[in-house]
Design a protein around this ligand. Structure first.
Ligand code: NAG
Length: 265
């Protein structure tokens, strides 16, 4: 029995149309990057349901890394520090999969109730090391940031994370503290901690050292008269020597056993 040509043609057209419609559902790489970038600018952590997870995380080809997890505060901090770092680009995105919105994703990734952080590299499948080993390193923001930097080769936000401001932001330390003896402590006694006011004090000490350096370079400016230049040089040298000693002595008081000091003990 032969099929009439007209029917065959109609079938072909239908098949072709169906393929077209299906293709349209899959976004191209540049469309996906564009949409992720637009959304990522507004919200550092994107929220994915099952469909979006398949589209943006599992979809190929990809030229960006995805870090995926479900519900965690520290994750938000890491994503924020990436979003506002100088190295921010469309190479890396953070996404959150909510159980209610993507139960199938949970099943697929075999996620349970503990927080799971997964990296989906730009090329290839996730390996074992692409799941953060929270048993070993915990899930403090610093650990997450270090792991993300290792897995993605993006160093940008390790710097953002090591600044004292980020530390304060994450840990929320007290502004200053009353000691048991009733005195006020402005500087935390160990290198494992700091007070918010301490960040400002250290910033001011550094600023004073820089001011001293500027005065000394100004002193070398031949257009001013000799007396003015001598005063600049002496004040500059004094500022650098005194405030550098003070920073060093604060550092010594925190890093117990640090052997070096200058002027002040
Ligand atoms: C990834 O590819 C898209 C489309 O070609 C491009 O717009 C985007 O800049 C690329 N991203 C990176 C990190 O190279």
């Amino acid at each position: 029995m032969s099929v009439p040509r007209g029917v065959l043609l109609l079938l072909l057209v239908l098949l072709f149309g169906f393929t077209l419609v299906n293709c349209k559902k899959e976004l191209t790489l540049s469309e996906r990057v564009q949409q992720l970038s637009d959304a990522g600018l507004k919200k550092p952590v994107l929220r994915f349901n099952g469909d979006k997870f398949r589209q943006y995380v599992k979809g190929t080809p990809r030229n960006y890394s995805m870090i995926v997890m479900h519900a965690h505060d520290e994750f938000q901090l890491v994503a924020n520090s990436w979003r506002y770092s100088q190295g921010y680009s469309n190479k890396l995105f953070f996404a959150l999969v909510d159980f209610d919105e993507g139960p199938d994703v949970f099943q697929q990734l075999r996620l349970n109730s503990a927080p799971v952080f997964m990296h989906f590299p730009a090329k290839g499948k996730p390996k074992k090391v692409d799941t953060l080993d929270i048993q070993r390193v915990g899930f403090a923001a610093e650990s997450i940031a270090r792991w993300v930097a290792e897995r993605t080769d993006i160093q940008a936000f390790t710097f953002a994370m090591t600044s004292g401001q980020m530390w304060n932001h994450i840990r929320g330390p007290p502004f200053l503290q009353k000691t048991q003896a009733g005195n006020i402590a402005y500087i935390h006694g160990s290198s494992q901690g700091q007070f918010i006011v301490e960040t400002y004090i250290v910033a001011m000490l550094n600023a004073a050292v820089v001011l001293g350096m500027i005065l000394m370079t100004e002193a070398a400016n031949k257009r001013d008269d000799v007396r003015k230049r001598r005063i600049y040089a002496i004040i500059g040298l004094g500022l650098v020597a005194f405030f550098f000693s003070l920073s060093l002595s604060i550092f010594r008081s925190k890093a117990h056993g640090y052997p070096y000091s200058f002027l002040l003990k």
